[in-house]
Ligand binder design. Structure first.
Ligand code: NI
Length: 201
């Protein structure tokens, strides 16, 4: 078992964990630890879309389905739309930016804009994971949906958005493959870029 090989030592900060062969002390309940790997998935999306041309970004499977660019934009906007509900760091200013748009998508956006917006919204997620711990996940907000009011937790919301990144990321990967574009880290590795430490002995 890999976990048996991880040196564990209780301290005031929590467990020591191994990351990429380097021992760091990190609170075991930090969301940065719990959701480790999501950052790599985000990076693989950005690296996949950043070099695309306008024509490649406009590829879609059917007229009523999202294009490559629209999918990536939707991933970024979806992060803000749900993270603002849990009062995540930086989410309010990003939401103001979205509300200030005249159209759902900025007209004629390019890959550079898209990568920048993905990175901006990732910084919101990264700040949230860095600042919050497992104990913060049970906080709820009221959400009305189809005539009912739900007490939605931060845990539910963060999982929803992680799943949303991956769900639409898969669609994006397919649309790229249809065009003969196969970014190795995104399509072949599935965006899972975190390398586990080597087993000792
Ligand atoms: Ni969606």
């Amino acid at each position: 078992m890999l976990s048996d090989r991880v040196e564990r030592s209780r301290s005031s900060l929590g467990l020591f964990v191994w990351t990429e062969g380097i021992r760091h002390s990190m609170p075991s309940t930090s969301l940065k630890f719990v959701y480790d790997g999501w950052d790599g998935y985000h990076r693989s999306i950005v690296n996949a879309v950043a070099p695309l041309t306008a024509e490649q970004l406009s590829c879609r499977a059917a007229p009523d389905m999202r294009s490559v660019g629209e999918l990536a934009w939707h991933i970024a906007d979806g992060r803000v739309d749900w993270f603002r509900r849990i009062d995540a760091p930086h989410s309010a200013s990003l939401w103001t930016e979205i509300e200030g748009r005249e159209m759902r998508l900025p007209a004629g956006f390019d890959a550079e804009q898209l990568a920048a917006w993905l990175n901006q919204t990732w910084e919101m997620i990264a700040a949230t994971l860095a600042q919050w711990s497992v104990e913060d996940l049970s906080v709820t907000f009221n959400h009305s949906y189809q005539g009912k009011v739900y007490a939605v937790s931060r845990q539910w919301t963060i999982w929803r958005i992680m799943a949303h990144d991956i769900h639409h990321g898969g669609q994006l990967s397919e649309l790229l493959a249809m065009q003969g574009i196969v970014p190795p880290e995104f399509t072949l590795l599935g965006g899972h870029l975190t390398e586990p430490p080597e087993a000792k002995g």
